[in-house]
Design a protein around this ligand. Structure first.
Ligand SMILES: Cc1cc2nc3c(=O)[nH]c(=O)nc-3n(C[C@H](O)[C@H](O)[C@H](O)COP(=O)(O)OP(=O)(O)OC[C@H]3O[C@@H](n4cnc5c(N)ncnc54)[C@H](O)[C@@H]3O)c2cc1C
Length: 587
């Protein structure tokens, strides 16, 4: 095998065996010369081309990635009688999924039906259309403002989610609980006819550790049902036959050796997004992020591997966004969680000018958008870092060890916390901390910061006393109360998300930046998870599930669990569809 794809120009190499290997250094978004029918034998191996490729092992289905998308597809396929293998780049199983809370949003699921909660399809479609196509949404349009593709994907999600969840539950691979306390992120919208009930969680899980529990269930089921999971196997190449069908992969192991696996029916990528590839982030995301809490091994491998096939990229400009503790994101701290619950009642976010710019209790995807405001005359992003500021009261009563809280309990690592005995001292220390990050982040406090901060706190304290945030309406929506975090209950308090900030120190601060749980753009798939080329044709033998492919949600984060719900659903649909895949010629 030559080192296929090492030409760095997106062309294909042909290995010694006659099968075609697509290199991982292709250029994103280019219709590759390697599209079916344009295969060329190039590279040192070409002269030795033989009729039968060499493979180290053979399966019906080769799955790439061991998160929810990968394990889900593997299990569903195995239950249809297929021989399946899962290849995982990292040294451990589970990817971002293992870090997650693993709420999964499943419309019209069996538990809702049992509880008598109606979830009518027309209203569900209106809800997701309103959130995903805010500029075009109209309830009177046949597709409600969604593109044909988005509409079909959303409909497929609604139609199949319940069956996917139920099969996993019934097979003991992901038994669920039905937490009725969880409220949808847009519970208040008139289109939302089922504001509670769509969210499921793994049985026995707490709201913040479901991912570990889910991966434990799913790997146990994989072991029980005979699915090998090979860690430290990074897939670097696709292998195609002369007709252009994908017939296998090449993977590199930790010791540098390579292995080639044949897929009789299909290769399914579930390799996560590109949160940890700075170049892809810079070149594709609509709003800059400083990093995120996806597994560090999610570096956009599928984009590079699949681009030479002429895949049709979509939704590359959006991510599942969340605010992150800036310094932890910059150092790619593996245990990082997004700050899903910005706890703290005597706590505000301010920008470099000392001004509040956002409702601090907005759900995470929405808060993140505040970081991207652009100041044209000054040619700067005034909010690209926001500074969370709180007092001793919040430190005492609003600390929590989970949900990515930046107000951490005593004894927990608080290197990200900046302290000051007075607000003047705090401002000085914030400026000094920003100075230490100068090479990574161009953001310094404006000279008026400390003065404006006093005015901002005075105004905020008035809102806290009256219970009404006239600037940003903090704490007025159900989801904001759900994510409020701990606080000290005081009789007569009008708004549990706000308490006046003390005039007396000590004070605390941390630097927040825009981040992602992971990205959500990539090759477009059809409703059965087949990867499509730029002409809209499925690439034979190639499927994609999860954050490595395009999400139909556009900019929206429909609800808690709105990443994992569709991921499990499209894993199920992929497994059903690939049953119909014809066996591929091996040369
Ligand atoms: C802290 C946190 C909490 C979250 N909570 C929720 C929640 O409650 N509900 C919800 O819906 N979403 C949640 N999310 C998001 C959710 O976890 C992800 O959207 C989801 O797990 C992604 O699943 P996936 O299968 O697409 O990818 P992943 O789980 O990221 O798995 C991809 C895997 O592919 C592997 N891989 C990458 N490249 C290769 C390669 N070349 N070869 C082989 N393997 C490769 C990676 O190592 C990784 O293990 C949360 C995320 C985080 C970080």
């Amino acid at each position: 095998m030559n080192d296929g794809g090492q030409q760095g120009d997106g062309t294909t190499d042909q290995d010694q065996t006659g099968a075609v290997a697509i290199g991982r250094r292709g250029f994103i978004g280019r219709a590759g010369a390697a599209a079916a029918g344009a295969l060329a034998a190039v590279g040192p191996g070409a002269a030795a081309a033989a009729s039968e490729p060499r493979f180290d092992a053979e399966f019906d289905v080769v799955v790439v990635g061991s998160g929810a998308g990968g394990l889900g597809t593997a299990l569903f396929s195995r239950w249809q009688g297929n021989e399946v293998v899962v290849l995982e780049k990292a040294g451990s199983i589970g990817g971002t999924t293992a870090k997650s809370g693993f709420w999964y949003w499943m419309p019209n699921n069996a538990a809702m039906q049992k509880a008598g909660i109606a979830d009518p399809k027309p209203d569900f479609m209106k809800l997701v259309a309103r959130l995903s196509a805010p500029l075009l949404y109209s309830p009177s349009l046949p597709k409600l403002g969604l593109s044909d593709w988005q509409y079909a994907m959303c409909e497929a999600f609604y139609d199949t989610a319940g069956s996917a969840a139920q099969l996993l539950h019934d097979k003991g691979a992901l038994p669920y609980q039905h937490p009725m306390a969880v409220v949808d992120y847009w519970a208040e919208l008139p289109e939302n006819k089922a504001p509670r009930g769509r969210v499921l969680m793994p049985e026995g899980a707490e709201p913040y550790n479901g991912g570990k529990v889910a991966i434990r269930f799913m790997t146990a089921a994989a072991r029980r049902d005979g699915i090998p999971i090979k860690t430290s196997h990074r897939v670097t190449q696709l292998i195609r036959n002369a007709a252009g069908a994908v017939i296998g992969v090449e993977a590199t192991q930790a010791n540098g050796s390579t292995t080639r696996l044949r897929a009789r029916k299909a290769v399914v990528f579930a390799s996560g997004g590109f949160t940890h590839d700075k170049t892809l982030r810079r070149d594709h995301l609509g709003g800059a992020i400083v990093g995120g809490c996806a597994a560090n091994s999610n570096e956009g491998d599928f984009l590079r591997i699949a681009s030479p096939l002429g895949v049709d990229l979509a939704n590359m400009n959006h991510a599942w966004n969340c605010p992150v503790v800036l310094e932890k994101a910059l150092s790619q701290e593996g245990s990082l969680w997004g700050s899903f619950s910005c706890s703290g009642d005597s706590m505000i976010f301010v920008n470099k000018h000392g001004r509040r710019v956002v409702n601090e209790k907005l759900q995470y995807n929405e808060i993140t958008r505040a970081f991207w405001a652009w100041d044209g005359p000054r040619q700067e992003f005034p909010n690209s870092v926001l500074i969370a500021i709180w007092d001793q009261q919040a430190q005492d009563h609003c600390n929590q060890p989970n949900y990515g809280s930046f107000i951490v309990p005593e004894g927990q690592d608080d290197a990200h916390v900046i302290k000051g005995a007075t607000r003047t001292e705090l401002a000085k220390n914030i400026a000094a901390r920003l100075q230490t990050l100068r090479d990574q982040v161009n953001y310094q406090l404006a000279p008026e910061f400390a003065g404006n901060l006093e005015d901002t706190i005075k105004r905020y304290n008035g809102f806290a006393r009256s219970g009404k945030d006239l600037d940003f309406h903090r704490g007025e929506r159900p989801v904001e109360l759900m994510f409020n975090g701990p606080f000290k209950a005081v009789a007569g308090k009008k708004n549990n998300t706000m308490t006046p900030i003390s005039e007396k120190g000590p004070f605390y601060a941390t630097l927040m930046g825009p981040g992602s749980l992971d990205t959500k753009g990539g090759p477009r798939t059809d409703t059965d998870s087949r990867v499509l080329d730029v002409a809209g044709r499925p690439i034979p033998g190639l499927y994609g599930v999860g954050n490595c492919v395009a999400s139909a949600s556009g900019p929206a984060y429909w609800a808690g669990g709105a990443t994992l719900g569709p991921i499990l659903t499209f894993a199920y649909r992929a497994a059903n569809a690939l049953q119909q895949e014809p066996a591929k010629a091996s040369a």
